[in-house]
Ligand binder design. Structure first.
Ligand code: HEC
Ligand code: HEC
Ligand code: HEC
Length: 306
């Protein structure tokens, strides 16, 4: 399978370019406290560590990596998530976790103390258990930025196909697909960020330059095209609209302007002639008008860093 070199570059190298590109801006260090203010729990992942899924292995090797898991996860339509018997994988090849521990006695009731003790040992535990509502595996309503604050080990456990970790779970067999998919519009959201930022006068580039991508540890990443050299496109590709480089979304910390990214917000109620403030009650008590998501009547907000 064709393999291209890794095309992610840490955001710090982009900073200089972004500053030139977009006024005086500094990319902020990623926040260390989760959205709900939860402080990360220290986790020792050595017992649940799993090497990247191998391209080939024996059936016995693979079965050993599922042994403990299937004492609880008993029924499944495809143990390897692939119908084809040609794909030989164990659970921990993709998810990580400790397959050496399992239920010794099938009469142990689900959710009982001894059951949960085994589960805790077998599973990869999150660093932000409250934000994920651990031990429930139901996804939180919005896991968006939470994903960037969680450990890659837990991300791999809960979703082995997340691009932050897909190289480990799927890369041995699907690397070229992963690399192409990471650059796709569906992953970068370039059309949303490009359209909204150009149309609202935040960025003067009509050819999109902003797109989302993240490194394994949740840092914003720059994506470059797979051209020769990387980060270039041929004139023919450029004609078709291929883009050479996408930068992460910048944040403004040097000069605090009004909240120019307000246009992306979810809408809310307007307080007459004041700048619309999501979630603040109307001080005059009069009935507020609803504002549609993404279409603020007033583009800026009075909010911003003090
Ligand atoms: C003691 C029983 C038990 C063992 C052993 C066990 N699991 Fe689980 N697992 C569960 C239960 C129960 C849930 C659902 C928890 C809930 O939603 O309340 C779960 C949930 C999960 C989830 C979803 C977690 C999330 O937060 O999204 C994954 C993935 C998973 N298990 C994989 C594994 C793998 C891989 C192994 C082996 C390394 C394993 N499990 C071993 C009982 C077990
Ligand atoms: C080829 C890699 C691969 C293998 C092998 C694999 N899984 Fe998964 N598993 C995935 C992916 C990808 C998902 C989807 C995650 C998502 O949608 O967020 C998933 C989903 C799950 C979920 C639901 C997770 C959730 O968040 O609700 C459970 C539970 C689970 N797998 C358990 C297992 C068990 C047990 C085994 C071994 C018998 C296994 N998986 C083998 C890749 C794999
Ligand atoms: C050991 C090698 C291997 C690993 C690791 C692996 N796959 Fe696969 N995958 C295959 C093979 C081989 C096929 C083709 C199977 C067939 O044709 O029936 C396939 C097919 C697929 C398909 C179906 C594609 C299609 O065209 O229908 C999807 C989706 C997929 N894999 C997703 C994943 C994901 C997501 C992961 C990682 C979480 C993963 N695979 C890990 C070998 C692997």
């Amino acid at each position: 399978m064709a393999q291209r070199t890794l095309s992610f570059v840490s955001v710090w190298r982009n900073t200089a370019v972004i500053i030139l590109l977009l006024l005086a801006s500094v990319i902020g260090a990623s926040r260390l406290v989760a959205a709900g203010g939860e402080k990360p729990v220290y986790r020792d992942y050595s017992a649940v560590f799993a090497a990247p899924a191998p391209e080939a292995q024996t059936k016995a090797e693979a079965d050993a990596k599922s042994a403990g898991c299937i004492t609880c996860h008993s029924a499944s339509d495809a143990l390897t998530m692939h119908k084809s018997p040609a794909v030989v994988l164990g659970c921990t090849d993709c998810h990580g976790g400790n397959a050496k521990v399992g239920l010794s006695d099938p009469s142990i009731k689900m959710d009982s103390k001894p059951y949960m003790a085994v589960l805790e040992k077998a599973h990869v535990l999150p660093r932000l258990p409250n934000s994920w509502h651990w031990p429930s595996s139901a996804n939180p309503q919005r896991s968006y930025s939470l994903l960037n604050q969680e450990s890659p080990e837990f991300i791999r456990f809960t979703n082995p196909s997340d691009y932050r970790v897909a190289r480990e779970s799927c890369g041995a067999c699907h690397l070229s697909v992963i690399e192409a998919a990471e650059r796709s519009l569906m992953a970068t959201g370039a059309m949303l960020w490009g359209g909204a930022s150009y149309n609202n006068g935040l960025v003067k580039l009509k050819n999109y330059a902003l797109g989302e991508a993240y490194t394994r540890d949740g840092k914003p990443a720059k994506i470059v095209s797979p051209g020769e050299p990387h980060g270039t496109v041929t004139p023919e590709q450029a004609k078709r609209g291929a883009i050479a480089v996408m930068y992460p979304l910048p944040s403004w910390h040097v000069i605090p302007p009004g909240d120019i990214f307000r246009v992306f917000e979810r809408g809310g109620r307007n307080i007459q002639t004041l700048f619309a403030e999501v979630g603040l009650p109307n001080p005059t008590g009069s009935i507020q008008r609803l504002e549609e998501p993404g279409r603020p009547d007033l583009k800026q907000s009075s909010r911003g860093p003090a």
